[in-house]
Design a protein around this ligand. Structure first.
Ligand SMILES: Nc1ncnc2c1ncn2[C@@H]1O[C@H](COP(=O)(O)OP(=O)(O)OP(=O)(O)O)[C@@H](O)[C@H]1O
Length: 287
């Protein structure tokens, strides 16, 4: 569970990006964070893992306080937070498997990374995770040979391999076509439910958020102006969040049925150990 209490962020420039945000995300729940440009969505996500230092307030992951944690404690806490990015953040010249194993770099001893061997359990887990996200046939492909949807699946698998309690997901579908976007959103919802992960998805596409996420938090000028079911996102609420516009079509689009994407459901395990070609690149990606 993630708990945020009275979170404020004032940048040195004087911008008050967050003005007292309270939010609880239970294990297994994925919330959609929406709001106009500049509302504070990215700041909120970055405060949770303290890439941006909060000005005041408390953030707790389970029973552990993120705010005020020492550098060492923060490193440990960050391992429990998987990040998924809009631009995927893959190492282009490395394979799918190597990119996914990068999710374990924070936990393997340095000598193992030098010998380019990961513990067999990590490798088994990587195969099972790649199977779960539908990429088992692509483990040896280089990242730069993948489609956008496949790249995002690698990003999801890498975050999952960390064994996180929380996923912080920044615009996961911004560079994807509409059908692939639906597949990725569906996959995120499924894996979070299966693994009881809390997740925050920063998302601009309101209809997509409404279609796949049960709960929506609307930010405006650093304040939560809506926190409720996605079915409650009607024209009045959208006006409160974004301002005046004809919202009738957006609100209706979110009610449309999602299409089936045929994602592979059953995990299979392969025990082979994977050599890693560039540990420096993997470490860079993991930091
Ligand atoms: N590094 C920074 N230094 C100073 N001000 C910043 C910084 N980052 C963000 N801000 C300001 O904080 C406010 C919130 O920005 P933030 O990027 O969190 O919004 P957002 O909702 O994620 O916007 P978008 O949807 O466009 O990404 C804005 O006024 C922005 O100008």
């Amino acid at each position: 569970m993630l708990r945020i209490e009275g979170l404020r962020k004032q940048y040195r420039t004087g911008d008050a990006a967050l003005r007292g945000v309270d939010l609880v995300v239970p294990a297994g729940e994925v919330i959609g964070l929406i709001g106009p440009s500049g509302a504070g969505k990215s700041t909120l996500i970055r405060c949770v893992n303290r890439l941006v230092e909060p000005t005041s307030g408390r953030i707790l992951l389970g029973d552990d306080e993120v705010t005020g944690a020492s550098r060492r404690a923060l490193r440990r806490l960050r391992r429990r937070m998987g990040m998924i990015f809009q631009e995927f953040a893959l190492v282009e010249r490395l394979t799918v498997m190597e990119n996914v194993l990068a999710g374990r770099l924070g936990t393997v001893p340095f000598w193992r990374s030098l010998t380019r061997r990961f513990p067999p359990d990590d490798v088994r887990n990587a195969f099972a995770t790649l199977d779960r996200v539908g990429l088992l046939d692509h483990v040896d492909k280089r990242a730069d040979a993948l489609s956008g949807g496949q790249r995002q699946r690698v990003g999801i698998a890498r975050a999952l391999l960390q064994g996180p309690d929380l996923l912080l997901i920044d615009e996961p579908t911004a560079s994807l076509d509409p059908k692939t976007s639906r597949q990725i959103m569906r996959l995120i919802g499924e894996v979070c439910a299966e693994r009881r992960l809390a997740a925050i998805v920063n998302i601009h596409d309101v209809a997509l958020a409404q279609m796949f996420l049960g709960r929506i938090v609307g930010l405006k000028a650093g304040e939560v102006v809506y926190d409720g079911p996605s079915s409650g996102l009607d024209a009045t609420v959208l006006t409160r969040i974004y301002g005046e516009e004809d919202w009738t079509r957006t609100a209706r689009a979110g009610e449309a049925e999602a299409e089936d994407d045929g994602a592979a459901p059953a995990p299979a395990v392969s025990p082979a150990a994977a050599p890693v070609t560039s540990m420096a690149a993997l470490r860079a990606a993991a930091e």
